[in-house]
Design a protein around this ligand. Structure first.
Ligand code: ZN
Length: 290
């Protein structure tokens, strides 16, 4: 008598399992394999190089794409041309500036392929629409023939007097989200630009070189007599937020958690997801002994 009962139980179990599987397949459809995620923000990363080409452009673009994807905060469109910098309808499912919340220049160089209409649209995107701009490293070595660009970003590149070196850096604002993870004084191996037509009165300096620890001997590339070499700053341009840093020259920089954190927080700040001062301030005392 035991065997049939066992068989009956087994059959019942099989029936239930089959019914359950049928019910599942009949009432719900599986999600499409590549369902598009809804991202909070959209950013356009442009890495067009009309002058010097940094090996790190690809590393930087990938890093910014990944940080958006991993955090779920943004989707990045990566381009090495400037076509999308326009408010014109481009058709072909191409996005334009109206679609984006921030524009990132990833070590761009030289005079970018922008006509007068595109230049006007890019400035209006920042100044009037209150969208963000983040300039990375050679973004300062860009658009010399476009005065408003220099005014927006805060100046232009004028040599890198110490090439790539162990740069002694001072943190000037522990409250700003992009630099609050840095200690008061630290060293990063990077290529630090000397800015021209730049004044700390027009920006909010976040990081700067420790001028007491720099070597000035036999260096004709040093032009700033005030020895005020900013490494990162932020500012307003009309309604829009602007962040710039010279850090990010090397490919290795883009796997440095400190640098990644700085740009992640800078992009968030530029898109008004966090707050930080844009008011200019005097230099912190030299020698890092504040
Ligand atoms: Zn460089």
């Amino acid at each position: 008598m035991r065997r049939p009962r066992r068989l009956l139980l087994l059959s019942l179990c099989l029936l239930i399992t089959a019914a359950f599987a049928f019910a599942q397949s009949g009432t719900s459809t599986p999600p499409p394999p590549r369902e598009k995620k809804i991202h909070l923000k959209h950013i356009l990363v442009v890495g067009q190089t009309k002058g010097f080409e940094h090996d790190s452009v690809t590393d930087g673009m990938v890093a910014i794409y990944n940080m958006g994807r991993e955090s779920g905060l943004w989707e990045a469109t990566l381009r090495t041309d400037a076509e999308l910098i326009t408010k014109k309808d481009l058709g072909r499912n191409a996005k334009n500036l109206d679609y984006f919340d921030a524009l990132v220049f990833m070590s761009t160089t030289g005079e970018l392929d922008l006509d007068d209409g595109q230049k006007k649209d890019m400035m209006s995107f920042i100044k009037d629409d209150g969208k963000g701009f983040v300039g990375i490293h050679a973004a300062l070595d860009t658009n010399y023939k476009w005065p408003e660009y220099g005014e927006m970003i805060g100046g232009w590149f004028d040599q890198h007097p110490w090439m790539t070196f162990n740069a002694p850096i001072i943190n000037e604002d522990f409250n700003f989200p992009a630099v609050r993870h840095f200690p008061h004084a630290f060293v990063k191996y990077d290529e630090i630009y000397q800015p021209k037509e730049w004044s700390r009165e027009k920006v909010h300096v976040l990081l700067s070189l420790d001028s007491a620890k720099l070597n000035y001997e036999n260096n004709p590339r040093i032009h700033r007599t005030d020895h005020d070499f900013a490494v990162a700053w932020d500012k307003m341009y009309g309604q829009g937020r602007v962040f710039y840093s010279t850090l990010g020259h090397t490919q290795e920089a883009w796997s440095d958690p400190d640098i990644l954190k700085m740009y992640f927080e800078a992009i968030k700040w530029a898109m008004v997801l966090t707050e930080g001062s844009t008011a200019s301030h005097a230099r912190v005392p030299e020698g890092g002994d504040r």
